[in-house]
Design a protein around this ligand. Structure first.
Ligand code: ATP
Ligand code: MG
Length: 753
């Protein structure tokens, strides 16, 4: 795949033509403080891609100048990501920490040139002296120190004679510069911290602006490509190299737009919070936008490369639709993977007029995919179909099996429903059907018209598998934090059934499960005895559908071009009762259309829901619990098997309303109710789960967290306000999630002032 020419490649070509460099050298310089994400993939593709296209090379450099947050685990994850995407760095992995001795020598050189000085103002004074965008700054009195004094102080700083923050080394540039970054920027700060590579050898660490340009120079980098937020730092980059007279080849910095994707968070700090607070199962959780997560989900390197290629390289920040990423993986897998059958929610069908058994020829690929391959599908009188592919009282536009409407079993015969067998409570237990012997796929002479073909598996040979249905991690387009997490981002189905060849012949590790989407054999948890499949992506963009569902309902689709969608019959219109409920839920009770849809279409759920709302009128919170937690339980159990009642759910929600427990603890209580059927208030009391709102109790915990993290406190006070969430998170964690988050927020704010 050849990239179309972007502004970076234009610059590189001009430089080559002008003979500015013999060889193009780029670098990918991550800070090893988290797992790389899809944004890093963009940077990898740009840096390694340009080096490859112009026959140069690209270095992988760990920018490890912050001793407190870095870890070799992250180094490994970064190496994995680059290799998985198909790139190879030049020589060994580089580390900024390997250049600490050179950086130190250059610093002494700047001092000797009168271009750097040790400043002893406090952090606060430094900030104050810096001035504002409209007012120039003032230079510190310490700037007048002699070269000898500066050299002596720097050496003693390095040797650990001073405390953190007591002195810093600054460049002497211009306290009146319009670019505030140029007002005597910091070059070194004191940090008495153990570094994961250099140990305790150094008590000073270079700042990004000082370390980065010299590292680029030392490696012979020609084009130092970074994201737009470093635009103002470019002046320092140039100042350091030019002041030191470093040439041949002299690197230059260029900036491109950082990748942002909707429904996704990309900051490593927020991703770390998801991991540390247990909102996901680790950095490689298939819902994470990390390379490790996408990889475990089943994304291919090709799909990520194709995505990076499609979004291009621009100079203006913009937001990319996550649907585009999903499109890329669908597009890649469409021509690659076999189509097989999986039934997620099995309903038994007995074909009473079928005797014996046979093996049916079934191609793995549809006609429009130029690949060969087929398997033998065992067929006999007992099979399973998808529960919702049968409807006793079908709404208009239902194209699958009904008591009156036959349906085709994919690759097999047409069947007609003869009888519906139910249990005492009216749940459908089994369908008795007949098949039409002359309707076999490929040689159908029956003349029977059907409107769709559905998937099925033979009962005797089907294998039970676990299917993990992943969806977007956030339900909000521009997520801020954990409050925007999608509660339905993971559904686990323990007893799905697949055709036997998937396990025994293993035609691939990625499959299309007909009508469900693309799936991947989980690379960690899958075994032949207990197979696990991850949903990579659905067959089409279901999010658009979900949003529109509210207005699509009740109208059958007309457009001939959407025939395929009709056959799949996925958007079943609602019947009148369901529609009335739906309208009430959205209009009167103000539920969102997704939750309304779930409740309205399910008789059991909606009556459970309404019973709970009758006791405690908090329709929204109750709806969320019923549509998610209760619905999950009702998938596996019948209503009279549930140990908890609508009244108890109402009581649980009342405890949230009254701020006795947090939402998070409510989930924990619910799990207990599922097991024991105990009243929520009893559970809360017995397990000591009452929310802690008393500042007198919370404050010492905050003090403790601050005492354990002095560096972060200092960073926060130095202006890194992003650390606020870190403190709140730590306090919540220390209380096992019991502290009242609002109160913790207020108290942490007070404390940090
Ligand atoms: P974060 O803010 O997520 O922690 P970062 O910029 O601190 O990211 P680094 O490890 O310092 O992460 O980044 C390594 C390289 O990857 C840098 O060159 C950076 O510009 C680039 N990069 C990081 N995030 C993105 C992104 N979203 N889009 C494009 N490039 C990115
Ligand atoms: Mg960074």
């Amino acid at each position: 795949m050849s990239e179309s020419k972007d502004f970076l490649r234009t610059i590189v070509e001009e430089d080559l033509q002008a003979g500015k460099y013999n060889e193009i050298v780029t670098r990918f310089p991550p800070e090893p403080n988290g797992f790389p994400h899809i944004g890093h993939a963009k940077s990898i593709v740009i840096n390694f891609g340009i080096a490859r296209d112009y026959k140069g090379h690209c270095n992988l450099r760990m920018d490890d100048t912050n001793p407190t947050t870095e870890d070799t685990r992250y180094v490994e994850a970064l190496k994995d990501a680059v290799e998985w995407l198909g790139f190879q760095w030049e020589g060994n992995v580089r580390y900024t920490s390997d250049y600490f001795p050179e950086l130190y020598e250059y610093a002494k050189q700047l001092i000797r040139m009168g271009k750097a000085y040790v400043d002893s103002l406090t952090e606060e004074e430094i900030r104050e002296y810096r001035g504002t965008v409209t007012e120039p700054g003032r230079r510190s009195v310490y700037a007048q120190r002699s070269v000898e004094e500066n050299l002596d102080l720097l050496e003693r700083m390095k040797n650990g004679e001073f405390k953190d923050g007591e002195h810093v080394l600054r460049a002497k540039i211009d306290m009146g510069a319009a670019n505030m970054k140029m007002r005597d920027p910091l070059l070194y700060r004191i940090r008495h911290a153990h570094h994961y590579r250099t140990g305790d050898a150094w008590n000073i660490y270079p700042m990004y602006d000082y370390g980065h340009c010299i590292s680029d120079y030392l490696e012979g980098v020609t084009h130092s490509i970074c994201t737009l937020e470093f635009e103002n730092n470019r002046d320092i980059y140039d100042w350091v190299l030019d002041t030191l007279g470093l040439k041949n080849p002299r690197p230059y910095q260029y900036e491109f737009a950082r990748l942002g994707i909707n429904y996704t968070v990309m900051s490593k700090r927020k991703l770390l919070e998801l991991v540390n607070e247990g909102y996901v199962n680790g950095w490689d959780d298939p819902r994470m936008p990390t390379i490790a997560g996408l990889r475990r989900r089943g994304y291919t390197p090709e799909s990520i490369l194709s995505f990076c290629h499609q979004i291009g390289i621009a100079k203006a920040n913009s937001m990319v639709d996550v649907a585009q990423l999903e499109f890329c993986i669908r597009d890649d897998l469409n021509t690659k993977v076999p189509r097989v059958m999986c039934v997620l929610d099995p309903l038994k069908v007995t074909i009473e007029n079928y005797e014996g058994s046979e093996e049916l020829d079934a191609s793995y690929y549809p006609e429009d995919v130029p690949k060969e391959g087929s398997r033998k599908l065992p067929f006999s009188r007992e099979i399973y179909i998808e529960r919702d592919d049968f409807s006793e009282n079908p709404p208009a536009g239902f194209y699958r099996l009904t008591p009156k409407q036959p349906v085709r079993l994919k690759h097999a015969y047409i069947i007609t429903c003869k009888e519906v067998i139910k249990d005492d409570l009216g749940n459908i237990m089994e369908i008795i059907a007949t098949y039409h012997p002359d309707s076999k796929s490929g040689s159908d002479t029956s003349g029977i018209k059907v409107k769709s073909a559905i998937q099925w598996v033979e009962a005797a040979t089907a294998k039970t598998v676990e299917v993990r249905l992943y969806d977007r991690l956030y339900s909000c387009e521009v997520p801020e934090g954990v409050e925007d997490l999608n509660p339905d981002s993971l559904k686990i189905i323990k007893n799905a059934l697949v055709e036997p060849t998937l396990i025994t012949e293993k035609p691939d590790v990625r499959f299309q499960f007909e009508r469900h989407g693309y799936f991947y054999a989980d690379p960690i948890d899958y075994t032949d005895e207990a197979p696990v499949f991850n949903k990579i992506v659905g067959l089409k963009d279901s999010w658009n559908k979900k949003v529109k569902e509210g207005d699509v309902v009740a109208k059958p689709e007309h457009k001939a071009t959407e025939k395929k969608i009709q056959i799949d019959g996925e958007v079943a219109p609602m019947n009148e009762v369901e529609q009335t409920r739906f309208n009430k839920y959205t209009n009167e009770l103000k539920l969102n259309s997704e939750v309304s849809n779930t409740l309205a279409r399910d008789e059991k759920l909606s009556s459970f829901y309404e019973a709970a709302v009758a006791v405690n009128h908090n329709p929204i919170t109750i709806a969320n619990i019923v549509a998610n937690e209760v619905a999950r339980e009702l998938k596996e159990k019948k209503i009279d098997e549930l140990k908890f009642t609508p009244e108890q759910i109402a009581e649980l929600v009342k405890m949230i309303d009254d701020e006795i427990i947090s939402n998070k603890i409510a989930k924990q209580v619910f799990e207990e109710m599922v097991q024991s059927g105990e009243n929520p208030s009893k559970i809360v009391e017995a397990q000591g789960l009452v929310q802690i709102s008393d500042p007198a109790v919370i404050m010492p915990i905050i003090d403790d967290v601050m005492a354990k993290n002095p560096d972060n406190v200092e960073k926060y006070k130095a202006g890194n306000t992003k650390l606020f969430g870190f403190f709140v998170g730590q306090v919540l964690k220390a209380t096992g999630g019991k502290a009242n988050p609002q109160i913790v927020n207020v108290l942490v704010t007070q404390k940090l002032q």
